[in-house]
Design a protein around this ligand. Structure first.
Ligand code: ZN
Ligand code: ZN
Length: 411
């Protein structure tokens, strides 16, 4: 286990910068049974910050697996009313939310995909009001991660379990700017300012398209929608409270115009999809659509992503991340989106975020379609940034502006 003082700094980061807990606010901590230590540290920090009440909801991933095996599909699709009521109460009391992710790799391997799909669809439908509440930033929410031995073994397969877990904690702290001799809150204030500045500059340019090029063979044009909004880093709740939804976060991201991507992109990190590691892959786009692709490993899994639905062959997100970043500098593949997507420039096949177009959060699906937003049930991020990636923005007047040179921001 990491030192008490580092754990305290990390908990403070989740409380003060992540959720930015307000005086007298109720805090709900969603934790895995693998991350009790961090959950307790967060509860303590939250009370110090003036929280009225802190509730920790523990979920046991192993019991979850036993449930998948033991329950019928029909039972899995029933969402008890008391659970809905609990979430409704959290909405009514204006609680903020701190989620701790501590993934157990392949915990649900072997559960029929259809069974899991039906169970999660039923929960998603019943809980849609709560998703709208959080995704609509009607309260502050944040996600942080905690190490566990199973996850650590996946990242460091040749290291004994205990040492691997220590190494994973160290990597998490490095990636989230938590150091023994520095104040993470000050580091995050500076970091948020840098991200905000990138967003502001990019929003002012309103580029027609971005051109990505590197020595691996990536040569790709990504058109952006009209009135696109670059976001990332700090956000504000509808009540005006600043918060950081993801810890860590390094990205500035926006909305591609659905039919406007053309050329070829080479992935620079393997993509973990439902327990399969897709590696050494490229995609060829024409009129926004993937028309050709190949992979050195797990090409079938890539095919599964692309055939998920009509929108899965189009992209819904383009994100710029400086190559020289704390996560990239760990040199690790975390097998977890919270970390891996923040290590490198990425794009997502599938659904676009409405917040990435002006007025998007109050648009109907039809209006979003018209704006150029891709619609899909899926959203799969993959990384294509590299140390030699150049990104050029092209304005509507045809002016070419270097945005990134050799993987790093120059704006
Ligand atoms: Zn992203
Ligand atoms: Zn994404």
């Amino acid at each position: 286990m990491p030192s008490k003082s580092l754990m305290k700094k990390y908990a403070d980061l989740a409380v003060y910068i992540g959720a930015n807990v307000q005086k007298n606010q109720t805090v709900v901590v969603r934790s895995s049974t693998e991350s009790t230590e961090l959950a307790r540290a967060i509860a303590k920090s939250a009370y110090e910050a003036g929280a009225k009440r802190v509730r920790i909801d523990y979920a046991d991933p192993y019991a979850g697996r036993i449930g998948y095996d033991g329950m019928s599909v029909e039972t899995l699709q029933e969402v008890p009313e008391w659970i809905v009521q609990k979430f409704q109460e959290d909405v009514d009391t204006g609680a903020c939310l701190i989620s701790i992710t501590s993934p157990i790799p392949e915990i649900n391997k072997g559960v029929p995909a259809e069974k899991m799909q039906k169970a999660s669809m039923a929960a998603m439908q019943k809980m849609s009001f709560f998703r709208e509440h959080t995704m609509g930033n009607r309260t502050q929410w944040t996600i942080v991660a905690a190490a566990n031995p199973e996850w650590a073994k996946k990242i460091f397969p040749d290291v004994p379990e205990e040492a691997a877990t220590e190494k994973l904690w160290e990597a998490i702290f490095n990636a989230t700017r938590v150091y023994e001799d520095q104040d993470p809150k000050a580091l995050w204030d500076a970091h948020n300012e840098t991200l905000g500045k990138h967003n502001d500059v990019l929003n002012n340019y309103q580029f027609k398209h971005l051109h990505f090029k590197n020595s691996l063979g990536t040569d790709l044009i990504v058109e952006l929608v009209k009135d696109h909004v670059w976001a990332g880093g700090q956000e504000h709740s509808t009540k005006g409270v600043a918060f950081n939804p993801n810890i860590p976060t390094e990205e500035s991201f926006t909305m591609p115009n659905k039919p406007g991507t053309r050329g070829r992109v080479y992935a620079t990190k393997p993509l973990d999809y439902q327990g399969n590691l897709i590696d050494g892959f490229w995609l060829e786009f024409k009129d926004g659509k993937v028309v050709d692709y190949d992979a050195k490993a797990a090409k079938d899994a890539l095919t599964n992503i692309l055939e998920f639905d009509e929108g899965a062959r189009y992209i819904g997100e383009i994100a710029l991340i400086q190559h020289d970043s704390p996560i990239q500098n760990t040199g690790l593949l975390f097998y977890n989106t919270l970390f891996d997507e923040n290590a490198s420039c990425h794009m997502a096949l599938g659904r676009a975020y409405p917040m990435n177009v002006k007025g998007g959060t109050s648009m109907s699906q039809e209006q979003l379609d018209q704006a150029g937003a891709n619609n899909s049930m899926t959203h799969v991020d993959f990384m294509f940034g590299s140390a030699d990636l150049d990104v050029t923005g092209v304005t509507h007047d045809g002016e070419e502006v270097p945005v990134m040179v050799q993987g790093n921001f120059v704006i």
